[in-house]
Design a protein around this ligand. Structure first.
Ligand code: FE2
Length: 381
């Protein structure tokens, strides 16, 4: 680890000092994914990922434009949205990007102030502060653009007691599969184009008051063929972490470039969700059909030399393909799903932190080699 990195020591308070946080974020509120068939996507996330039925908006609630199914697991809320007619912006978005993360919504105390503070610093407005209400109170939301066509919505829900948002009804289903132990969103990664990483890190720094946590360079994260560069941006209290990747030159196509080609530009690459027991979570998900990236057996021959002692037996980790990494603070266990739609774009990460505050840098090489195997099968390496 470089001295510079040591100085940062991941100590958020040190990075942010006593400067006023002009955009206090309480956490991720929800993630909205535009999909071509929300009803079936909701079934997939319930069955395979252990999400629970939570809320619904559609024809039955008077919404003639689109259908949204909201599924929930502990603190994680996914909104799955499909258009109900032709010629909508949602339909165009799906045509261009495939199933894609459209909104990363952030929970705030004051959506109006969040909008004003970020727009004042250069954010491109998406939605002026807007109040919606029903018998259970009101919610104020506002929104700004980030990379690609991705949006941040600020959600102020302190005066609302209803299910999800006004306009939604409680979704009660007869099908309530067991949850998978997923707790909250740990981080969400954005892929941006060549030479755009610094621009977007600057955006998060200047416009949203974030600071950089860790930096990789392409020598850290490369294999013989593929490479990327990555920086991690975090807000003041560390609840929101956005690593930003850009492609780097390798002998063959970077996985970030493959994403950008199929996605049609910059977008959210993966959603990392936290669990307290990754072995149970991944066993459950795999039994229910979630496909994970293959990790070569050879990875497990040397991993303990690299990360030292861990609490878990290696056998189940190897059997499931779970990766291990360590930093100064502790270690972490992580695994990546294969893309969750037809295009090789968005995927999920399951992560269990045992002290570690980093993102699995030591696994990048092993991971990339695994991804390259898949790219080779798709003929896109
Ligand atoms: Fe990640």
């Amino acid at each position: 680890m470089s001295d510079k990195l040591k100085d940062i020591d991941y100590g958020l308070e040190k990075i942010f000092d006593e400067a006023e946080d002009f955009l206090p974020l309480k956490g991720t509120d929800y993630v909205e994914i535009y999909v071509s068939n929300a009803k079936q996507a909701a079934h997939f996330y319930k069955t395979a990922f252990g999400f629970q039925s939570y809320a619904y908006s559609g024809l039955e609630t008077g919404n003639k434009e689109f259908t949204s199914y909201v599924v929930k697991q502990d603190k994680i809320k996914l909104v799955l949205t499909s258009p109900l007619k032709k010629g909508t912006d949602i339909g165009r978005h799906i045509d261009e990007h495939g199933d894609a993360v459209k909104v990363i919504a952030l929970w705030v105390d004051d959506a109006t102030k969040s909008f004003e503070e970020t727009v004042k610093r250069g954010a491109k407005p998406f939605m002026e502060p807007t109040k919606t209400e029903d018998g259970n109170g009101y919610v104020v939301r506002s929104g700004i653009h980030t990379y690609g066509e991705t949006i941040h919505i600020f959600v102020e829900r302190g005066n609302y007691n209803g299910t999800f948002l006004p306009g939604y009804q409680k979704w009660e289903s007869d099908f309530n599969p067991k949850d998978a132990g997923l707790k909250f969103i740990d981080h969400m990664v954005g892929n941006v184009g060549w030479n755009e990483m610094n621009t977007w890190c600057e955006f998060y720094k200047k416009v949203m008051g974030f600071a950089q946590l860790v930096s990789f360079d392409d020598k850290d994260i490369s294999t013989e063929y593929t490479a990327l560069m990555s920086k991690v941006m975090s807000n003041g209290n560390g609840r929101i972490k956005f690593p930003i990747n850009e492609p780097a030159d390798g002998l063959k196509k970077s996985q970030i470039e493959e994403y950008i080609d199929f996605y049609g530009g910059a977008g959210c690459q993966h959603i990392a969700v936290s669990t307290n027991n990754i072995i149970e979570t991944v066993t459950h998900m795999r039994d229910n059909g979630v496909e994970f990236l293959y990790v070569p057996d050879s990875y497990y021959e040397t991993v303990l030399d690299r990360v030292g002692e861990i609490d878990e037996d290696l056998a189940p980790l190897k059997e499931l393909g779970i990766l291990i990494d360590r930093d100064d603070e502790g270690y972490l266990l992580q695994i990546f799903t294969r893309p969750v739609q037809d295009r090789p774009t968005v995927f999920f990460e399951i992560i269990q932190r045992k002290g570690a505050v980093s993102f699995g840098k030591g696994n990048f090489k092993a991971l990339f080699e695994a991804i390259e195997l898949e790219q080779e099968k798709r003929g896109t390496l």
